[in-house]
Design a protein around this ligand. Sequence first.
Ligand code: PGA
Length: 250
Amino acid sequence: MGKYVIAGNWKMNKTPAEATALINEIKPLVADATCDVVVGVPFVDLPAALEAVKGSKIGVAAQNCHWEKSGAYTGEISAPMLKEMGVGYVILGHSERRTYFGDTDVTVQKRMRAALDNGLTVILCVGEYLEQREQGVTAEVVASQTKIALGGVAKEELANVIIAYEPVWAIGTGRTATAEQANEVCAQIRAVIAGLYDADAAKAVTIQYGGSMNAGNAAELLAQSDVDGGLIGGASLKAVDFAVIVNAAK
Ligand code: PGA
């Protein structure tokens, strides 16, 4: 459906020197990738990562950005700051941000606006908690997260939005959604995009699966009709595993 994108979410891992070393390991292994490849690194690793990816097609993502350009927001980083550095992508609305740091659908929408206004491509994370899946409200939860985050986003701007379906119960737990579960919810998200915009927009948007995707299960997940890539946590910290996933995205 959409263009395949495999993105690593390193979370709070790797120092700048370690980031350089890992990217140098990854680079030759993904040189023949037919999908887009992105590494999402901690803020302080961005200069090292941008330097290390030179001469490759690997993109660099930050893991969040604030919605204001500047101001009294101690500890925060703005979208213009990322843009000026040459960062291409930003992960927004990750469940760890929502769970531990108070991000809400509304603040995710504001961050989305700032990121798009500054020419960043957003990887928007949505996904349900286990209790929500058990209560049968997964479709409603991801639909409302998606709709609110995309509030005010024009159809043309969708070219700079990737959606990552990440069931919270599958993140870092080793408990992957089955390929059918992943595909079902990715298709539901695509239907939400069709409703908000139109069928062309729904077809073109990249929808990733994330949550314990690894070298062993990636091929099956990525073969699903509505899964256009992956957002990879743990396995993105191992060059060989990450490369297997990238090379499975055909
Ligand atoms: P995981 O993390 O692959 O370690 O489950 C995915 C994510 O949080 O993006």
